[in-house]
Design a protein around this ligand. Structure first.
Ligand SMILES: Nc1nc2c(ncn2[C@@H]2O[C@H](COP(=O)(O)OP(=O)(O)OP(=O)(O)O)[C@@H](O)[C@H]2O)c(=O)[nH]1
Ligand SMILES: [Mg+2]
Length: 317
């Protein structure tokens, strides 16, 4: 097993930003030391409040998170932000840093902001993102915010790691309402209609209410917050609703239930990803698999039987 750099682990646990940055880079580079660190620090996770922000591109997720960060800092709470952008060709947050207004928080030791856009050579992006989120949690941050772009069906499902999910929309995000209606997108815990200075805001809020009313009655009524994050409007209300949701799920016992479900899904997702990768590699490398496939092509063996044999051979190992 890879040795863990004890000083790095210690510095990370003490909340040192540079140590956290270094650790996440190790994970992102698929360095075994990164994985070893997560393995060692995992028992120290579970203390941060993890909030996921999702929604279509450009609705103001980053701006909103920046404004919330400011508020949290005024309340003396530490923050880490992880933005996942699978479509961005940029790496290491050069672009994203600007987008989140990194400059506002750059010198603050209580704020750590990171973006991820690249896939490691071995692990997938979501796997690396999960490790990064765990490291942020282990570093003692009070609040960890995860940002993903997308409307449902995201390839990256780091949002599933969140305790509370915030869907950010803006007037005119009709597609998202359709996605909610069609059940393509899961009902979030909190909805923010950002850029609420827009004249179509009321229509938008009405439409969302209409869609939510169609769903089953829940104990938690999804709040719809109007915000103007560039000016900090609605951000205090968001903070309040986030705290209320957290309290709600903690009181109901659903926080631990949610976490249990999320962690199980994560383990299965990682295992599935790895197995798929291995299987795909085996097509090129394993003569037995190739032979099986050849027999399928020659119509000697049906596809399902070939799959069964491949899996038996793998799992039996
Ligand atoms: N008018 C107005 N503009 C806003 C508001 N909030 C954000 N913006 C602007 O909207 C643009 C996009 O904001 P971002 O915060 O980068 O949006 P995002 O959702 O993080 O975007 P991606 O990460 O690219 O998906 C920026 O130019 C912001 O200044 C708002 O409340 N009102
Ligand atoms: Mg953004």
């Amino acid at each position: 097993m890879t040795e863990v750099d004890q000083t790095l682990a210690e510095r990370l646990v003490n909340g040192e930003k540079r140590a956290l940055a270094r650790a996440i880079s190790l994970v992102e580079d698929d360095d075994p030391e990164g994985w070893a660190l997560v393995r060692e620090l995992y028992p120290r996770t579970g203390n941060a409040f993890i909030v996921g922000f999702t929604g279509p591109p450009g609705v103001g997720k980053s701006t909103l998170m920046g404004a919330l960060t400011k508020l949290e800092r005024e309340r003396d709470r530490t923050v880490a932000v992880l933005s996942i952008d699978p479509s961005s060709p940029f790496t290491r947050g050069a672009l994203l840093g600007d987008r989140i207004r990194l400059s506002d928080h750059f010198l603050d030791p209580g704020v750590y902001i990171r973006s991820m856009a690249t896939r490691g050579a071995l692990g997938g992006l979501s796997e690396a993102a999960l490790q990064a989120a765990l490291l942020m949690d282990a570093s003692g941050r009070d609040l960890v915010m995860l940002e993903t772009v997308g409307v449902g069906q995201a390839e990256v499902d780091i949002i599933d790691h969140a305790d509370t999910v915030v869907l950010v929309l803006m007037p005119g995000s009709g597609d998202s309402i359709q996605a909610l209606k069609a059940g393509v997108m899961e009902i979030p815990d909190v909805i923010v209609v950002n850029k609420a200075d827009h004249p179509l805001t009321d229509t938008m809020v009405r439409e969302i209410k209409g869609v939510l009313a169609l769903g089953p009655k829940q104990d938690w009524e999804v709040p719809i917050i109007r915000a103007e994050s560039v000016r900090g409007e609605g951000v205090a209300e968001l903070a309040e609703k986030l705290a209320a949701h957290r309290e709600h799920i903690a009181a109901e016992g659903t926080l631990s239930e949610r976490r249990r479900r999320n962690l199980m899904n994560e383990v299965l997702a990682i295992a599935t990803f790895r197995m798929r990768r291995e299987l795909e590699a085996s097509v090129g490398e394993d003569p037995e698999v190739r032979e099986l496939l050849d027999r399928v092509v020659a119509r000697e063996l049906d596809p399902a039987s070939a799959a069964t044999r491949i899996l038996e051979a793998r799992i039996g190992q």
